[in-house]
Design a protein around this ligand. Structure first.
Ligand code: GLA
Length: 387
């Protein structure tokens, strides 16, 4: 059954009657440009064909009742004062969005809402951004609030910062809002200008879920972010005009890296070179040079492993295994790291062999069953038709 139908049924069971609208926002996989977004740099994600659906109906009393069909749990709150409740952690996302809408001065009525999704949870495919954007898109449509897709992405990022407490960049919410079928989204995270880059039909974007979830991932993430800020502070002694690592060209980084303590220097090196890799990737993809792009994916992984230190044995193993399959052009960890998924660029004709070989070897060596998703690049948030 389609996601829209599943969420409609969940809504009927939970609230009786029909929703007024159903919105949908996708998960994402990032092709290249990792940990660059909060350094005001470049990213190249794809919205995938796994998504979160939200069914909503307004109510007159200023209360919000939200049901998660994935968790089989409820939460209820006043739209004017949502509060965190550790017994329903998933509810932080819809509550965070409501809280941001209200604090930005928008008038919200009460509502009943059911949520269902097939983005794997906690796997690094941005199920949280998908929830946020689907909820925001649905509420904005229901209450006639004038926000465009970029505004919605920014609002959802603020929800994540202020309500959830993760100081994420803009990539996930942006691509969940503005992704495009058959295209990757090349985004400048400073001015939010973007372009769509076509993906060749000869290759598939294959995601491998390592099955590893790290505790403390969000504190390690916030720590990386702080280290990048520290690098900028120190480099400003000689480069006073820089506002972020995005502004540091390779030559200047190489000339002044001696000013940085060892660890901070490696963090900064990753960001400086990763930004260059994104810019080169876009050129290579436009030229149809998939092999060249694949090589940059491997380089990105090495840099995330050695300099940024956000990989782990399982992700490294997945990249190694992938690279030994004929027809794999590139492989790297995707998303924040610390567990989660790898993204692989695989010639279409080799996908089957890839799935069989990597799945078998990974399970043999780790005891973990590998989930593999062959992804289609899809559209960002939308309202479902025909409701
Ligand atoms: C998480 C964050 C993004 C981005 C990536 C790393 O997915 O939500 O903003 O920083 O990690 O590239």
């Amino acid at each position: 059954m389609e996601g829209a139908e599943l969420v409609r049924e969940a809504f009927r069971d939970a609230f009786r009657g029909e929703p007024e609208l159903i919105s949908r926002a996708p998960g994402r996989v990032n092709l290249i440009g990792e940990h660059t977004d909060y350094n005001q740099g470049f990213v190249l994600p794809v919205a995938i064909d796994r998504a979160v659906w939200v069914a909503i109906r307004g109510r007159g009393d200023g209360r919000a009742r939200v049901y998660s069909a994935n968790f089989g749990q409820w939460t209820e709150f006043d739209v004017d004062s949502p509060r965190k409740d550790p017994s329903v952690p998933w509810a932080d996302y819809p509550k965070g969005v409501v809280s941001e809408l209200v604090s930005s001065g928008h008038r919200l009525g009460g509502f009943d809402m059911a949520i269902w999704g097939d983005v794997p949870l906690g796997a690094g495919l941005s199920s949280s951004a998908a929830i946020e954007v689907a909820v925001a898109f649905g509420l904005v449509s229901l209450f006639g609030i004038a926000l465009d897709r970029t505004d919605i992405a920014l609002l959802c990022q603020r929800a994540e910062h202020r309500f959830v407490g993760v100081h994420c960049g803009i990539m996930d919410q942006f691509v969940a809002s503005l992704g495009r079928k058959g295209r990757a989204l090349f985004l400048d995270c400073r001015d939010l200008n973007y372009e769509y880059v076509p993906l060749s039909d000869d290759v598939s974007v294959v995601v491998c879920d390592s099955g590893v979830k790290r505790e403390l991932a969000s504190s390690a993430y916030n720590e990386r972010r702080a280290q990048c800020e520290e690098a900028v502070r120190r480099l400003r002694e000689v480069l006073p005009e820089i506002g972020a690592l995005r502004d540091v060209p390779r030559e200047e980084f190489e000339a002044y890296k001696y000013l940085l303590p060892e660890t901070i220097g490696r963090r900064a090196r990753h960001v400086v070179y990763e930004n260059m890799r994104v810019l080169s990737s876009v050129k290579l993809l436009r030229r149809g040079d998939l092999e060249g792009f694949g090589r940059l994916m491997y380089e990105s992984h090495r840099s995330l492993k050695e300099d940024y230190e956000v990989s782990g044995p399982e992700l490294d193993l997945l990249v190694d295994l992938a690279s030994s399959v004929e027809g794999t052009l590139g492989a790297r960890l995707t998303g924040a790291g610390f567990g989660g998924c790898t993204v692989n660029l695989v010639e279409r004709k080799a996908v089957r062999t890839f799935e069989e070989f990597v799945g078998r070897e990974y399970e043999a060596r780790t005891g973990i069953r590998l989930e593999v998703y062959v992804c289609e690049a899809s559209d960002g948030a939308r309202l479902e038709e025909g409701i």
